[in-house]
Design a binder for this molecule. Structure first.
Ligand SMILES: NC(=O)c1ccc[n+]([C@@H]2O[C@H](COP(=O)([O-])OP(=O)(O)OC[C@H]3O[C@@H](n4cnc5c(N)ncnc54)[C@H](OP(=O)(O)O)[C@@H]3O)[C@@H](O)[C@H]2O)c1
Length: 327
């Protein structure tokens, strides 16, 4: 089978399409013929050697995927021909990932493709939506009527956060540097969409809010955005710290944090157990279905074009970047 593996840590150009045997699943795993895989920035961090506790190359990256069960495992939950999605697991982190034609996956981390969803939507959603769920519900404790600021709102986690925050009854302020993407964020459900350029950002958000502050932030960017997010919080506001696309280091004015009693809490979707992922996924699907919403997909690349897909992701997507891994 074809598999996009990297053989040593370095730039994304280290990925190359290998021809390797179809994997042999363990008894508690299913063999899945993949139809689509979705990219995440962490896949690129991993290839570059910037991700904690990765596996030993060579192996394929790719944590998200959707495909058809060819050989079920011993859980009794799946049959040949079932279409399944992969929830967050060690796939593509310490072991062979989804940028390949097949993957052997623990059945505890598989879920049926939700009825009425397309295969590409099933591949696009899990990691981004599970992360958004942990950020909004567990780290930020968002309640109906509250106002949530979402930085990097056009990305995979950002668009998932916009959709889920609306299903939680929140007012959403979405940030993007692109006017075109701000218009799309409003169509997606954001109440306000504000230019994310860091210069003058706080003033623009305060103006858009009519002088108010936000109850919670989903912080996908960090770097200089973290202090801005803290400043924009009300007293006892919460910042769910998800990503670091604008910098791995941030200078914090300690006084603001302590006088306002703002809580900054890390989000790490990898800490979900398979059981916790399944439960969060069930709630996510129920909420999206009730709202008639589907995960936004920006673009689908053919399997031959994985390097181009990573380059596209780095430029900033709207929703998810996918790779068609099979037919
Ligand atoms: N903690 C966890 O468990 C977890 C899980 C998943 C992802 N993450 C992390 O969360 C972050 C977001 O992931 P994602 O999948 O949503 O990323 P993504 O799809 O690549 O989108 C991120 C968005 O952020 C904006 N952006 C990127 N670089 C920026 C910069 N330097 N300054 C300002 N804005 C910038 C872009 O929006 P505009 O061009 O529209 O401004 C882009 O569309 C990443 O760091 C990722 O690794 C963490």
């Amino acid at each position: 089978m074809k598999s996009w593996r990297f053989h040593q840590f370095g730039d994304i150009g280290n990925l190359r399409m290998d021809e390797i045997p179809i994997p042999k699943p363990a008894p508690n795993e299913a063999l899945v013929k993949l139809q689509y895989a979705a990219l995440n920035p962490a896949d690129a961090y991993l290839v570059k050697g910037q991700y904690p506790r990765p596996g030993t190359p060579p192996f394929a990256v790719g944590r998200d995927g959707c495909g058809v069960v060819e050989k079920p495992g011993d859980s009794g939950r799946f049959r040949i021909g079932d279409t399944v999605v992969l929830l967050r697991s060690e796939i593509g982190v310490t072991r062979e990932g989804t940028l390949a034609e097949y993957v052997a996956a623990p059945e505890a981390s598989l879920a049926p493709l939700p009825p009425g969803w397309k295969e590409e939507e099933g591949a696009a959603a899990p990691l981004a939506f599970l992360t958004a769920w942990q950020a909004l519900v567990e780290a930020a404790g968002v309640e109906p009527g509250q106002t949530v600021l979402i930085t990097g709102a056009s990305g995979g986690v950002g668009t998932a956060s916009v959709l889920l925050a609306k299903t939680l009854g929140a007012k959403v302020v979405a940030l993007s540097r692109s006017a075109e993407k701000r218009a799309r964020l409003k169509t997606l459900g954001a109440d306000l969409a504000v230019n994310a350029e860091i210069d003058g950002l706080e003033m623009r958000v305060k103006e858009a809010l009519g002088g108010g502050r936000v109850d919670a932030v989903v912080e996908n960017l960090a770097g200089p955005y973290l202090q801005a997010s803290i400043n924009l919080c009300r007293e006892r506001g919460r910042v769910a710290l998800v990503g670091l696309l604008a910098g791995t280091k941030a200078q914090i004015i300690v006084g603001t944090l302590l006088f306002k009693r703002v809580r900054v809490e890390g989000v790490a979707v990898g800490t979900y157990t398979p059981g916790e992922s399944q439960e969060a996924w069930r709630q996510i699907v129920t909420r999206l279905d009730a709202a008639g919403a589907k995960p936004p997909i920006d673009i689908v690349f053919p399997l031959e074009s994985v390097p181009e897909a990573f380059a596209y992701l780095e430029r900033g997507p709207f929703g998810k970047v996918l790779v068609r891994t099979g037919v």
